[in-house]
Design a protein around this ligand. Structure first.
Ligand SMILES: [Zn+2]
Length: 208
């Protein structure tokens, strides 16, 4: 609990009034530089006129200046350039990678990410690959398979359930991706871990 107490620190933050919300929904350029809005789930902030998808209202934070949004570690949107400058590619890709790390269990497509992070799917794919040396899909699957490996080693959750918990709900697809990456099936992996005793010693049933 204790959430909500942190609101004490956000003195510079303005309320999301009905007027501001309507300006965001209506992409109203007359509010540009009157206020900025940031989206908590993506870590990006925009001008009210930004043509991006309307965010979830519960995730919106309002700032009077771009500097205040930046101080709270939001990054400027690539599309509407709220600071008048282009967000460096590396920062943009970092934000996308962090989003994947937090939401790997959700269904995610390149188009969704492109829309959320305000770039074209083609540009996102190319820029991500250039900076991360992996395509967005490969990067996301890597996160998912590492999480799956952790769950196999530390819990007794079924293999199908683990697949769906890491965002790979089709069991045969999950198993074949796992095998391609680690060279053994999830079942074999778990058996091997249990055989070494690591699972029983440090597993999920450890009460510490
Ligand atoms: Zn924007």
């Amino acid at each position: 609990m204790g959430e909500g107490v942190t609101n004490m620190n956000t003195a510079k933050e303005e309320a999301l009034t009905e007027e501001k919300w309507e300006a965001i929904v209506g992409n109203d350029a007359s509010y540009d530089f009157v206020f900025f809005y940031a989206v908590k789930s993506t870590g990006i902030f925009c001008r009210p006129s930004c043509k991006s998808k309307v965010p979830n209202r519960a995730n919106v934070r309002i700032f009077r200046t771009a500097e205040e949004a930046i101080r709270e570690e939001f990054r400027p949107c690539k599309r509407c350039k709220p600071t008048g400058e282009r967000l460096p590619d590396r920062e943009w890709v970092d934000a996308i990678a962090r989003y994947m790390e937090r939401h790997y269990d959700c269904a995610m497509t390149l188009n969704m990410l492109a829309e959320m992070f305000h770039g074209s799917p083609y540009h996102l794919h190319r820029t991500f690959k250039k900076i991360m040396n992996a395509t967005p899909v490969a990067y996301l699957q890597g996160i998912r398979l590492d999480k799956a490996r952790e769950l196999l080693a530390q819990t007794n959750i079924s293999i199908a359930e683990i697949g769906s918990r890491v965002g790979l709900p089709n069991p045969s697809y999950f198993i074949s991706l796992f095998k391609r990456k680690f060279g053994i099936t999830p079942y074999e992996y778990r058996k091997r871990i249990m055989g070494t005793g690591i699972w029983t010693q440090g597993g999920a049933f450890d009460e510490k």
